[in-house]
Design a binder for this molecule. Sequence first.
Ligand SMILES: Cc1cc2nc3c(=O)[nH]c(=O)nc-3n(C[C@H](O)[C@H](O)[C@H](O)COP(=O)(O)O)c2cc1C
Length: 310
Amino acid sequence: MKQNSKYNNDILRVNISSLSLRNPTILASGFLGISQELFNKLYRYGVGAVVSKSISTQPMEGYKNPTVVSLGNGSYLNAVGLSNPGAESFSKEVISNKQVPLIISLVGSTDSDFLPMVKKFDHLNICGYEINLSCPHVTQMGMEVGDDPEMVNRIIKTVKSYSRKPLFVKVGVGNSDIIAVAQIAKDAGADGITAINTIRAMTIDIETSMPILSNRIGGLSGKPIKSIGIRCVYEISKKLKIPVIGCGGVFTWEDAVEFMLAGASAIQLGSVIGYEGIIAFSRITSGIKKYLERKGLKNAMELIGLAHKY
Ligand SMILES: Cc1cc2nc3c(=O)[nH]c(=O)nc-3n(C[C@H](O)[C@H](O)[C@H](O)COP(=O)(O)O)c2cc1C
């Protein structure tokens, strides 16, 4: 894989299952759109990998505005409603991907939704899938599917029966025990877990008495969910011994290191991009690098799960 001379990326080389990353920072699903041109820009910038917006079999319009509201203090509440152009249209965008380590996020209701999508993407230059079983504000998709153990099992087995690419399952904090869902995913053949998605939440305008989001309920992201993400990554990686990608409220290199000590092999950045743009990737990457040097560690892999000893 071509290296970006701007970074001494080798020091941050992380291998998650068969997914090799030049550095452990990944763009989280749902941020910065789905254009290949933008993915190329992120790659040139040195990002470890990019996760696409969640893609469904058919195009989805999503909810009416307002769909995203900044709550200040590094957090957002969103109910976008998984708006996306559908698998056929997005696969035409991905055809031109030459070098970006691209993970396609897939969302659907049943196992039969996933197979046609994987058939559209599997021959393209992508490095894996992330199955969204955790979006907290859509019906019959995301978390509602993640709450159905038999369906989780069927979806993962279906994708794995067709594709040899790494498959990550994105879990969240909802009605079901997150460890139980991750366990089912692992048993069904998932190569790794991404934890966590946004958490069901709400905000109301006190002057009009109206819920601010058009969908009323949305998902909370950013700084307030970081400690919940750390707990989930710690428990999943410790109990299940499966590679975990940490996500939720990473704003600083210290947050990223904390996720890795909890057991994350890599970290996804989401809300921080909304607050400060893609500069966050280089700032966090160089902070991790300096921390490794200060601690006398050769690469970021040496950090993974160090907190499990205590
Ligand atoms: C506007 C918005 C759209 C999102 N869209 C998706 C999505 O399509 N699929 C998905 O799995 N997660 C989606 N997420 C969740 C993020 O990928 C991430 O899990 C969450 O925001 C927590 O990370 P953060 O605190 O760093 O933002 C979205 C989040 C936001 C704020």
